[in-house]
Design a protein around this ligand. Structure first.
Ligand SMILES: NC(=O)c1ccc[n+]([C@@H]2O[C@H](COP(=O)([O-])OP(=O)(O)OC[C@H]3O[C@@H](n4cnc5c(N)ncnc54)[C@H](OP(=O)(O)O)[C@@H]3O)[C@@H](O)[C@H]2O)c1
Length: 163
């Protein structure tokens, strides 16, 4: 099972200057809760934003760079085909794809579920979610997140399955 997990703003923006454009504690907690105990795949740029492998998850980094060293325990894969082979050999794993844009774009044909946080706000962004044909997916749940001082923007946790 392959699942995309991401947060986007009203314009499908996801990143700015190599980081998230917002601070939204509720979404960080949601991301942790969803991905803990599972496999997490990130592009080399998104992995940089974590600073270290995320605990209690199997960390996989996608990169074309065969020289760069990653911390112990991180599995480095070099192509979509490598990841599909990994998935074939680990059918019991739930594989969360955590972006960024390049990784989402290359895995869009293979994703089974979408876990999207929709933030009801416009931010300054330079990286966008690739266009998703939502007619291929069914919205199975949509829950509002709690807005408070640490999560100051209205946001919704949406889940889609492939039809
Ligand atoms: N809002 C969200 O939910 C969310 C989620 C994730 C990221 N972001 C934001 O998005 C931005 C980063 O996204 P990005 O699109 O610039 O970078 P990215 O997708 O994280 O990383 C791109 C790099 O990943 C590697 N890569 C991607 N696809 C590959 C493939 N098919 N095969 C092999 N390697 C592959 C390449 O690494 P090499 O160059 O090393 O070969 C590529 O340069 C940041 O601002 C981040 O904060 C936001």
């Amino acid at each position: 099972m392959m699942i995309f997990i991401w947060a986007e703003d009203l314009n499908h923006g996801i990143g700015f200057k190599g980081h998230l454009p917002w601070h939204l504690s509720s979404d960080m907690k949601f991301f942790k809760r969803m991905t803990t105990g599972n496999t997490l795949v990130s592009g080399s740029r998104t992995f940089l934003t974590y600073g270290k492998p995320l605990p209690h998850r199997k960390n996989i980094v996608l990169t074309t760079n065969r020289q760069k060293q990653y911390p112990e325990g991180v599995l480095v894969l070099h192509s979509v085909d490598d990841l599909l082979t990994y998935q074939e050999h680990h059918p019991e794993e739930t594989i969360f794809i955590s972006g960024g844009a390049k990784v989402f774009a290359s895995l869009l044909p293979y994703v089974d579920e979408l876990v999207r946080t929709r933030i009801d706000h416009e931010f300054e962004v330079d990286t966008y979610m690739p266009t998703i044909d939502y007619s291929l997916f069914e919205l199975v749940s949509s829950e509002p997140g709690v807005v408070d001082e640490k999560s100051p923007y209205p946001h919704f946790f949406d889940r889609f399955t492939r039809k």
